[in-house]
Design a protein around this ligand. Structure first.
Ligand SMILES: NC(=O)c1ccc[n+]([C@@H]2O[C@H](COP(=O)([O-])OP(=O)(O)OC[C@H]3O[C@@H](n4cnc5c(N)ncnc54)[C@H](OP(=O)(O)O)[C@@H]3O)[C@@H](O)[C@H]2O)c1
Length: 197
């Protein structure tokens, strides 16, 4: 299974570290091209490579971790997704104003899904700040991540990855229920749960 990330900022970088720490390969892209990612890729080590967003979009599982206002441009021209899985880590708010975007009654995942024709979208990795996301092992247990989506098989794949990266995953249901973990709006964001055996 090929894994990639579009977006190499706070969230994209945290996820990239988790993936290489689990011994898996990852391709990572930003808006400025692979050369601009050289020092990050060197730090991540041989399991990581910098690619273009177009190349990243061809992976089996693509994490999308881009500022809300830039998502449309980031995925413009990437074509149809042909059933590839997109992990939507995004929230409809951004620095410096932290003013929520108007979703016109939709969930943020519905808005993102409309930009990704043919993708199987799973909402996950969006409810914690990067320093917490960076550490799946916590207080003698496993940090909890939530996931939501409409496609059972895609959710199973992402759930497996969540486990492989060292977290404890909880299935929230469909994308409507995924709104529970959406920031702002849902009650879950920032909830730092740890599962003990
Ligand atoms: N930070 C948090 O606490 C947090 C927590 C949960 C969820 N989130 C969500 O995660 C997403 C990313 O947040 P972040 O904090 O990681 O943001 P960030 O640190 O500002 O990073 C954003 C990344 O998106 C890339 N990008 C922008 N336009 C692009 C384009 N056209 N094509 C490819 N890549 C593009 C940027 O690349 P360049 O630098 O090359 O432009 C950068 O690597 C947001 O939707 C946010 O709501 C954030």
């Amino acid at each position: 299974m090929n894994i990639s990330i579009i977006g190499a900022g706070a969230i994209g970088t945290a996820i990239a570290r988790l993936i290489v720490n689990a011994g898996l390969k990852v391709s990572i892209a930003n808006s400025r091209g692979p050369e601009s990612l050289a020092s990050l890729v060197a730090e991540l080590g041989p399991l990581a490579q910098g690619v273009t967003a177009q190349q990243a979009s061809q992976a089996d599982v693509v994490f999308l971790a881009v500022n809300w206002s830039k998502i449309a441009k980031a995925v413009e021209g990437l074509g149809r997704w042909d059933g590839r899985i997109v992990v939507d880590t995004n929230n409809p708010i951004e620095a410096p104003l932290f003013k929520p975007f108007d979703l016109k009654g939709n969930t943020s995942s519905q808005v993102v899904a409309e930009l990704l024709p043919g993708a199987r979208l799973v909402k996950a990795f969006n409810h914690l700040a990067p320093p917490l996301l960076a550490n799946p092992e916590a207080e003698g247990g496993k940090r909890v991540l939530f996931y939501a989506g409409e496609d059972a098989q895609a959710k199973q794949t992402v759930a497996g990855l969540i486990t492989q990266l060292g977290f404890f995953g909880i299935d929230l249901g469909g994308l409507q229920q995924g709104q529970l973990a959406q920031f702002p709006g849902g009650p879950i964001p920032g909830l730092n749960l740890v599962k003990h055996n």
